[in-house]
Design a protein around this ligand. Structure first.
Ligand SMILES: CC(=O)N[C@H]1[C@@H](OP(=O)(O)OP(=O)(O)OC[C@H]2O[C@@H](n3ccc(=O)[nH]c3=O)[C@H](O)[C@@H]2O)O[C@H](CO)[C@@H](O)[C@@H]1O[C@H](C)C(=O)N[C@@H](C)C(=O)N[C@H](CCC(=O)O)C(=O)O
Ligand SMILES: Nc1ncnc2c1ncn2[C@@H]1O[C@H](COP(=O)(O)OP(=O)(O)OP(=O)(O)O)[C@@H](O)[C@H]1O
Ligand SMILES: N[C@H](CCC[C@H](N)C(=O)O)C(=O)O
Ligand SMILES: [Mg+2]
Length: 518
């Protein structure tokens, strides 16, 4: 058991020459007030978390939902911080605490932090080609596929996203999908130092709304799709979409590829202020690129991508599920836009591995039930994953799912509803309850499932996730049955009341299948 992680592990470059506070002030897009006698001081790094301050750091003390970062200024001084960047209120807190550090003051420290971190680490984003993907679902998958193709083409690569952070061959698990700005620029400086040429990264809506990617302009941006998620942070769908659309502006990207198969992504493409290449999964679409043919094969799907001039590219998606064809097509068009050849894209995709916890088969090949773990945690994704599995189910399609706590409560009935619409048996269980009452989360998922369930669809409640997976295996005992365990994918733990208990859906499912056979 461990406490839930609140800070990024933070890969830092081994050498940071840093910069003076004068340079910090001069390169900031917004005014920063700094005591004149401190302007010549050098800072070597930046952090927004007092617990990760290193000697020579600039500590960004941000106002938070629970506490003001300035409360920790004294602790950062003891850890060797050289200066504090904060807002007016933070400055009064630092002064009241008698902390003997120069204080830089600006109206909204988050809004300058990306640029400040970029300056301190020597503008590393300019030295690494950045391919950034946003969208509700498919970011991790698309970035993994791009990374696989780039490595096959001989590039030294970086990867930033939900599952892990990679700098060439160094891998660390990720705490966030998109790191905080100081961590991102430190990471890019580390990539530069280790010779990384291209970095594929996920850009979450939270990151865009919170200025986490400021100062890192994507050479090519990608937009997968738009549907409900994360309203706990954005409040409503328009604000959520507006956050994603920031990626398609010159402050954040040079050009973009947008899959325009839903209303939100069409709105994003139409309003973009960078050049956009459009892509669709519909054969008759009037887009720059479109998927004109698909043929499923073991473990994946062969498909043909066509442009408006009639050029056709025959490609292989290494993952099952029609939606993954769109992720693979987006990866392909982003890479072509970044300058890879059609042959590099073709051979790289054909050799790509699967993505951890995304439509990952856990059962042995050819053995019933086909049992799959997937990261579907939105109504749209639950529907997409189940529809992808339906053709494989000559018997019953069983799904085990829950919804996370402290995340958009509005998506819970929709997730239950999608499960009941596309599966024959729905086992509602716990995901990561976090600080919420697990039974209350299940009630919301169950309500959606029960109201969508037509005659013959069974809805069962089993709170304990291990027992729910075992129940799923029992329910999928007939010939041709298929079992999906959704929502936690690659996650190595289950977070309950601030504590992360080791729990891996893949290991649990494999064990339950073994035990059912013995
Ligand atoms: C809801 C949300 O966005 N919260 C973010 C917010 O937290 P907060 O306002 O509650 O911060 P707080 O706890 O009040 O602390 C205030 C300040 O004091 C600092 N502090 C706090 C305690 C301490 O001991 N020392 C210290 O320095 C904190 O670093 C913070 O800067 O500001 C913090 C840093 O300033 C973020 O780390 C934190 O993200 C949390 C961890 C989070 O869970 N974010 C999720 C929702 C997220 O970003 N998810 C996306 C998308 C996921 C996906 O769909 O893939 C992601 O990109 O990961
Ligand atoms: N293009 C798509 N359209 C609809 N659903 C998708 C698509 N791609 C993936 N999914 C579903 O969404 C789940 C999450 O996929 P993935 O991890 O690639 O997305 P993500 O955008 O990175 O998610 P997160 O926001 O949690 O980081 C998959 O397991 C699958 O069920
Ligand atoms: N990256 C997503 C994934 C959540 C997955 C699900 N397991 C949950 O806990 O809700 C998020 O932070 O909303
Ligand atoms: Mg992701």
């Amino acid at each position: 058991m461990s406490a839930a992680a609140v800070t990024s592990p933070g890969l830092r470059p081994s050498i940071s020459t840093g910069c003076t506070l004068r340079e910090v002030v001069d390169t900031s897009p917004e005014p920063i007030r700094c005591p004149a006698e401190a302007l010549a001081s050098r800072v070597l790094g930046v952090t927004l978390d007092s617990r990760s301050v290193r000697p020579g750091d600039l500590y960004a003390a941000l106002p938070g939902s629970r506490v003001h970062g300035a409360e920790f200024a004294a602790a950062t001084a003891a850890s060797g911080a050289r200066a504090v960047l904060t807002d007016e209120h933070g400055a009064t807190l630092v002064a009241a605490a008698g902390v003997d550090l120069p204080v830089l003051v600006t109206a909204d420290p988050r809004a300058v932090l990306g640029w400040v971190a970029s300056t301190v680490y020597g503008n590393p984003a300019g030295d690494v080609t950045l391919l950034g993907v946003t969208g509700t679902n498919g970011k991790t998958t698309t970035t993994y596929l791009m990374d696989a193709v780039l490595r096959a083409a001989g590039r030294s690569t970086g990867l930033v996203g939900t599952v892990e952070t990679r700098v060439a061959d160094v891998r660390v698990p990720s705490v966030r999908t998109t790191p905080e700005a100081p961590d991102l620029h430190a990471l890019l400086a580390t990539m530069r130092e280790r010779g990384v040429q291209v970095c594929s990264m996920e850009v979450s809506s939270q990151a865009l709304a919170q200025h986490r990617v400021d100062g890192a302009v994507m050479d090519v941006a990608g937009f997968t799709n738009f549907s409900q998620d994360h309203l706990e942070l954005h409040g409503d769908m328009d604000t959520y979409l507006a956050a994603k659309e920031l990626l398609l502006t010159p402050a954040h990207s040079r050009r973009a590829v947008v899959v325009v198969d839903d209303e939100g992504s069409r709105h994003a493409a139409a309003g973009a202020t960078v050049p956009v290449t459009t892509l669709s999964g519909r054969p008759d679409a009037d887009t720059h690129w479109r998927v004109v043919r698909r043929s499923p094969r073991a473990g994946g799907i062969d498909f043909v991508l066509a442009d408006q001039a009639g050029q056709e590219l025959a490609l292989r998606c290494p993952l099952p599920g029609d939606f993954n064809v769109l992720n693979a097509a987006l990866a392909a068009v982003m890479l072509l836009t970044a300058g890879l050849s059609a042959e590099q894209v073709r051979s790289g995709l054909a050799a790509a591995d699967g993505v951890p916890g995304r439509m990952e088969r856990v059962s042995e090949p050819g053995r019933d039930p086909l049992a799959v773990v997937d990261y579907a945690h939105t109504p749209d994704a639950v529907g997409a994953a189940l529809q992808a599995l339906r053709p494989a189910a000559s018997g019953r399609l069983v799904v085990v799912l829950g919804a996370g706590g402290d995340r958009d409560p509005g998506k819970r009935p929709g997730m239950g509803g999608a499960a009941a619409r596309y599966a024959d048996v729905v086992v509602v269980t716990d995901d990561n309850p976090r600080t919420e009452d697990p039974a209350a989360i299940r009630t919301a998922v169950l309500a959606g499932a029960r109201s969508a369930a037509v005659d013959g669809v069974e809805v069962i409640e089993v709170g304990d996730r291990r027992a729910a997976i075992e129940e799923g295996v029992r329910q999928a005992a007939g010939p041709g049955d298929v079992l999906l365990v959704a929502g936690k994918g690659h996650e190595p733990g289950q977070e309950v009341a601030g504590v992360v208990h080791p729990f891996d859906d893949r290991a649990e499912l494999a064990r339950a299948l073994r035990e059912a056979r013995s």
